[in-house]
Design a binder for this molecule. Structure first.
Ligand SMILES: [Zn+2]
Ligand SMILES: [Zn+2]
Length: 302
């Protein structure tokens, strides 16, 4: 949903009228750019926002008067600014790398003629460059050498559960700045990686913190299974060697060896099924945690 700011005249999404960080969420009659410009909400009325606020039980801050327009630019330039704002709002990388206040400041300077204006229909990166802003769109690429270094650093262990892992990840999903440096890279197993990528990072960490003992158990399951499977493989080889050596498929010794192998296979199967059970529980614990978190944030609908 888009609203027109009565002060600058730009059409923007509702997000720009929302004042975050308050005990009660508030919607203002003018946009965040104009607030940063130092304009007062009392000088501007905005019926659309007022109605919107009322229907959402938000607090509304704004005057009843239509104040003076601060932005006097051509229709085309207005469109270019709207496009730029839309690109920024829609780009996760942009929002991660350029904080909103800095972005708004650049836009305001551009509107005020201190910086060049963006161009309608131009590439987002080019428009940002005009405002002296830069985004690294390749930030998620970590080169091969670094990946190997990270794996060695963490001894091929998942840093979330402790099991074997080899997928290199950003701890803070390419956090607010730069961060491809080694400090922000960590190692995850494929299972944690899948779970983690399906939910917000902070929540994954918070939930995972409560799983210390479960994770320890998963590590023990994995280690035991690996040991048992290695042993099974070794015994299979011995059996083949014995068949070759004795030139027969049937002998009391072979029968005994086969029985032992069968017992071992049963033990492996049973352990594997216990392991899978714990893994499934852990996965649904994360899924449930995320669903509950979404429900608890449901008032946050704009
Ligand atoms: Zn405005
Ligand atoms: Zn893991």
């Amino acid at each position: 949903m888009k609203f027109k700011c009565p002060a600058c005249g730009l059409r923007m999404n509702a997000l720009h009228f929302k004042q975050a960080g308050l005990v009660n969420d508030q919607l203002t009659s003018i946009c965040d750019l104009c607030l940063e410009r130092g304009l007062s909400v009392d000088d501007y009325g905005n019926t659309a926002i007022e109605v919107f606020a009322g229907s959402l039980l938000y607090q509304f801050a704004g005057g009843k008067e239509d104040g003076k327009r601060v932005l006097k630019v051509s229709r085309e330039t207005t469109r270019a600014f709207e496009g730029l704002l839309q690109d920024y709002d829609g780009s996760r990388l942009a929002r991660q790398q350029i904080d909103r206040t800095a972005f708004n400041k650049a836009v305001i300077d551009s509107e005020d003629g201190k910086l060049p204006v963006p161009e309608m229909g131009a590439d987002f990166a080019d428009n940002l460059a005009k405002l002296g802003l830069k985004i690294n769109f390749q930030l998620n690429d970590v080169d091969f050498v670094d990946r190997e270094r990270i794996r060695t650093k963490y001894n091929y262990r998942c840093q979330y559960c402790g099991r074997r892992g080899h997928s290199v990840d950003h701890m803070h999903p390419v956090s607010l700045s730069h961060d491809n440096d080694l400090e922000n890279l960590t190692l995850a197993c494929s299972e944690c990686n899948r779970i983690k990528s399906n939910m917000p990072y902070y929540l994954f960490i918070r939930l995972n913190r409560r799983l210390g003992q479960v994770n320890d158990q998963l590590v023990r399951y994995e280690d035991s299974l690996e040991t048992l499977k290695g042993e099974f493989k070794r015994r299979r080889k011995q059996l083949t060697a014995e068949v070759r050596r004795s030139q027969t498929y049937r002998s009391p010794k072979l029968t005994e060896m086969r029985q032992h192998n069968k017992q071992l296979q049963d033990a492996i199967d049973s352990l594997q099924s216990d392991y899978d059970h714990v893994r499934a529980l852990r996965k649904s614990y994360f899924e449930t945690g995320w669903k509950l978190d979404q429900i608890s944030h449901r008032t946050d609908i704009i």
